[in-house]
Design a protein around this ligand. Sequence first.
Ligand SMILES: C[S@@+](CC[C@H](N)C(=O)[O-])C[C@H]1O[C@@H](n2cnc3c(N)ncnc32)[C@H](O)[C@@H]1O
Length: 221
Amino acid sequence: MSALDDPKVQAVLTRLHAAARGDLRFFVRHLPMLVGMMLGRPSPPAAEQSAQFKDVYIPISRAQGRFLYLVARSTAAKRIVEFGTSFGVSTIYAAAAARDTGGHVIGTELEPSKRERALANITEAGLADVVDVRLGDALETLRDVPAPIDLVLLDGWKDLYLPVLRLLEPKLRPGSIVLADNIKTFRRSLQPFLDYVESGKHGFHALTLPLADGFEYAVRV
Ligand SMILES: C[S@@+](CC[C@H](N)C(=O)[O-])C[C@H]1O[C@@H](n2cnc3c(N)ncnc32)[C@H](O)[C@@H]1O
């Protein structure tokens, strides 16, 4: 049996995906701010944004989670790094794969209360022993991640996708995969990141998959 099919894991994922539907109320209340973000207007500092979004899940979808699990399994990923853990939905999909490959997940979250809740969810799913969720700014907390990195999920604030990728880049093994969420919604803010991975000039080949609102799939070559 795969760890993703473990009833304990599925029960936590079902609860979290259902709870995340409540995000809609936040989105409706903060529509002008969200439209500004989609138009690529300058955002408040990362920590301020994280505090504002402290009760909002904004998780990857079930299909993206399953895809993350499959990519990790097909590449036998041992070291999986995640930028933006929130309540731990994506972390649980990655950790289920890590359980099956004998690997581990290094996540990172800026908002302390979210990290606590993520750890509780990951523990409830029975996956705490394969996960380390670091507290703080990913640009600091991911600095000492050892090489080689097999798989990266970028899902924090959008202006940091490229800086976080550049930070991790020297440690990516050839053939490693970088997945990145929300490509269509935040295309303007993400353009520098997309140019970087899709131009073929920086050691990546990439395309945007039609999963959720665009899931970038980049291969380190
Ligand atoms: C879209 S949510 C992540 C959702 C999560 N991947 C999931 O599928 O459940 C983005 C998260 O990234 C966190 N974040 C944003 N900027 C960050 C930074 N510089 N360092 C660490 N975490 C950050 C935010 O606080 C927020 O909880």
